[in-house]
Design a protein. Structure first.
Length: 260
C-alpha cells in the first residue's frame, strides 16, 4: 500500500489543478515551437517547389493542424495518466482506514463477500475469518489519553499485518475491533495464525519508561468450508463475533474457535 494516507481528497484535487495548469502551459509552448519550426522549414513548400506551385498557405494550414494534433495528443495522454493516478489515489483512500492504514469496514466486507462467493463456486474455496479487539481498550484511552490509544491501534494493526501472508487481508471494523481474512486456510491453521498474532501483539510495549504497558487481544476464529450452510457474510461475522465474546468470557488474551 503505497498511497500516502495523510493526503485528503482536497489535496489531490489541488494537485490535479496545478498539474492541469502546468500541462496547459507546456502544451501551449510546445505548440508554438512546433508551429514555428513547421513554418521555418516549410516541408510542404519544398515538395510543391518541385512542381513549381506556390504553397505557403498550405504550409500555414498544415503546420497549424500538425501542431494542434501533436499538442492535443500530448495533452490527452498526459491528462489520462494524471486522471488514472487521481482515481487510484481516490479509490485507495475510500478503501483504507486513515488511522491504521489497513482496509476499512466497507472494503473488508467487499473482500469478505468475494471470498464468500468464491467459496460457493469452488470446492477448495475455504477460508478463515478472525475477529478480534484490544482488551480493555477503553481503559487505555481513559488512563493514557486518546493519542496513546491511537498509537496502540496503529501499532497493533502494523504488527498484525506483519504477522500475515501477502495474500491475507487485515481490516478495521471500527473502534478497536479488527478482522482478518485468511484465504485457503482451514480452521486448525487459522487458530495457529490467531495465536501468532496474539503473541506478537502481547510482546509490544507502550507508554513512558516508568509506566510501560502491553496490550492483549481476544480473538474469535471461524472457518468457511465449501459445504457450509452459512447463508450470508453477515451470518459468518456473527459466528466469529460469538467466539470473540467467548474468548472474553474465558478471561481475555486468548483465542476461541469451534475447536474448543
Amino acid at each position: 500500500m503505497n498511497t500516502d494516507m495523510t493526503k485528503s481528497t482536497f489535496n489531490i484535487v489541488c494537485e490535479m489543478k496545478l498539474a492541469l495548469k502546468k500541462d496547459m502551459a507546456a502544451a501551449t509552448a510546445s505548440g508554438f515551437m512546433l508551429f514555428a519550426a513547421f513554418l521555418y522549414f516549410q516541408p510542404v513548400s519544398r515538395l510543391y517547389q518541385m512542381t513549381d506551385k506556390e504553397s505557403y498557405v498550405v504550409d500555414l494550414t498544415t503546420g497549424f493542424l500538425f501542431s494542434f494534433f501533436v499538442v492535443v495528443s500530448y495533452f490527452t495522454v498526459k491528462r489520462l495518466a494524471e486522471m488514472r493516478r487521481f482515481f487510484k489515489d481516490a479509490m485507495d483512500m475510500s478503501r483504507m482506514d486513515f488511522l491504521t492504514d489497513v482496509y476499512n469496514r466497507r472494503a473488508l466486507f467487499e473482500i469478505l463477500d468475494m471470498e464468500f462467493n468464491k467459496n460457493k463456486r469452488f470446492p477448495d474455496g475455504i477460508f478463515c475469518l478472525l475477529l478480534f479487539d484490544i482488551d480493555n481498550f477503553k481503559g487505555i484511552n481513559d488512563g493514557y489519553g486518546h493519542t496513546m490509544g491511537d498509537t496502540v491501534l496503529r501499532e497493533t494493526a502494523k504488527t498484525v499485518t506483519a504477522s500475515l501472508r501477502k495474500t491475507d487481508v487485515c481490516g478495521r471494523f471500527g473502534g478497536d475491533e479488527f478482522g482478518v481474512i485468511l484465504p485457503y486456510t482451514d480452521l486448525k491453521r487459522g487458530v495457529l495464525v490467531a495465536e501468532k498474532i496474539r503473541e506478537n501483539v502481547a510482546r509490544m510495549m507502550f507508554g513512558p519508561v516508568r509506566s510501560r504497558f502491553n496490550v492483549t487481544l481476544s480473538i474469535g476464529v471461524v472457518m468457511m468450508p465449501s459445504d457450509t450452510d452459512v447463508e450470508s457474510v453477515e451470518k459468518l461475522v456473527e459466528q466469529a463475533d460469538k467466539y470473540l465474546y467467548l474468548a472474553k468470557q474465558k478471561g481475555r488474551n486468548r483465542v476461541a474457535s469451534p475447536l474448543d
